[in-house]
Design a binder for this molecule. Structure first.
Ligand SMILES: Nc1ncnc2c1ncn2[C@@H]1O[C@H](COP(=O)(O)OP(=O)(O)OP(=O)(O)O)[C@@H](O)[C@H]1O
Ligand SMILES: [Mg+2]
Length: 310
């Protein structure tokens, strides 16, 4: 493979399962996608569709019962699924970082912001002492926090939710990763703060060539912010395309269903069209398209094999 054609991240036929008392939960079932340098890839889908497990598989931070059964996760051409835990610790932080929905549970309440940020810096870089401190200040400035010197001495509870999420982003960026995975990064925040955090992520992408995987069940937010969008359902990839394509010309009936279930803010009092039915049982998967039982446009072939999108 030439260096030119090498993708930053390439997930190929990923299968991830959890082995539980009630059987094997096939959480991710044959998902493939690429991530380019400097792009935002959105992942959308209903709760339980496998968005987080896809991200956790890339970072290899699955629960003990979870296992990547099949497939490859190529980072700059190298297969992470074969890496040792020691190599993965380097990967997490230096190559790829993740931020979660609730910044309060990710920050330790008994240490100052400075303690935690400087620890992240010294853990993953050669910076020590004043150099680490200065880097912490620089990171807080980068994520739009005023008076960073003062903020470093404060505890997490002294910060608003939006401020804490900015701190988490600063920690995630401490060792300049190529990839940031943002798993529902704004769900716990109110709407105006959500927009600020998303502006920040977009700015970072534009100024640092950071690639972002943006996970959310908020289709509006994802289509507004992403270069490409991937739609998941029951652990499978339903559709992946440029955002404009997905918005203007969704192909899969599930994507069309998701689009139709969006409230139209121009029409007051309009009801959400929910997609009838519920997610299938992930312990006993059948052949064919996973959405088939709920699809208003299903054809006999759909219960046999996944239809081609056209
Ligand atoms: N530790 C686990 N043990 C067993 N099953 C799990 C575990 N973690 C996730 N799952 C299952 O895997 C499937 C996918 O879960 P995942 O968390 O990826 O969904 P999601 O798309 O991120 O949903 P949400 O929007 O609610 O965050 C679900 O059916 C879930 O119950
Ligand atoms: Mg999730």
């Amino acid at each position: 493979m030439s260096a030119m054609s090498e993708k930053l991240l390439s997930v190929q036929n990923l299968h991830t399962s959890f082995f539980t008392d009630s059987g094997e939960v096939q959480a991710v079932n044959g998902v493939s996608f690429d991530l380019d340098a400097g792009e935002i890839l959105g992942i959308v889908g209903e709760s339980g569709s496998g968005k987080s497990v896809t991200a956790y598989s890339v970072m290899r931070i699955l629960a003990d019962t979870g296992k990547i059964k099949e497939g490859r996760v190529l980072y700059k051409g190298q297969d992470l699924t074969t890496w040792s835990e020691k190599q993965m610790r380097e990967f997490r932080g230096k190559c790829c970082s993740i931020i979660f929905q609730d910044p309060m549970t990710s920050l330790n309440p008994v240490f100052t912001i400075g303690n935690q940020l400087i620890e992240a810096i010294t853990l993953h870089t050669n910076r020590r002492g004043k150099e680490a401190h200065d880097r912490a200040v620089e990171l807080l400035e980068m994520v739009g926090i005023n008076e960073p010197e003062r903020r470093l001495k404060q505890y997490p509870f002294a910060h608003s939710g939006g401020m804490r999420q900015r701190v988490m982003i600063a920690m995630a960026l401490a060792c300049e990763p190529d990839i940031l995975i943002a798993d529902e990064p704004t769900t716990a925040l109110d709407v105006t703060v959500q927009a600020d955090i998303m502006d920040l992520l977009e700015d970072l992408k534009n100024t640092t060539n950071l690639s972002i995987i943006l996970i959310s069940h908020n289709l509006n937010m994802v289509t507004e912010r992403s270069d490409r969008v991937m739609v998941m359902y029951a652990g499978r990839l339903m559709e992946i395309a440029e955002t404009k394509e997905i918005v203007e010309n969704p192909m899969h009936p599930y994507t069309i269903g998701l689009m139709n279930s969006l409230p139209d803010i121009t029409q007051e009092g309009q009801k959400l069209t929910a997609i009838p039915g519920e997610l299938p049982d992930l312990t006993s998967q059948k052949p064919g398209c996973a959405f088939c039982p709920r699809c208003s446009r299903a054809m006999p072939i759909c219960s046999v094999e996944e239809p081609e999108l056209r």
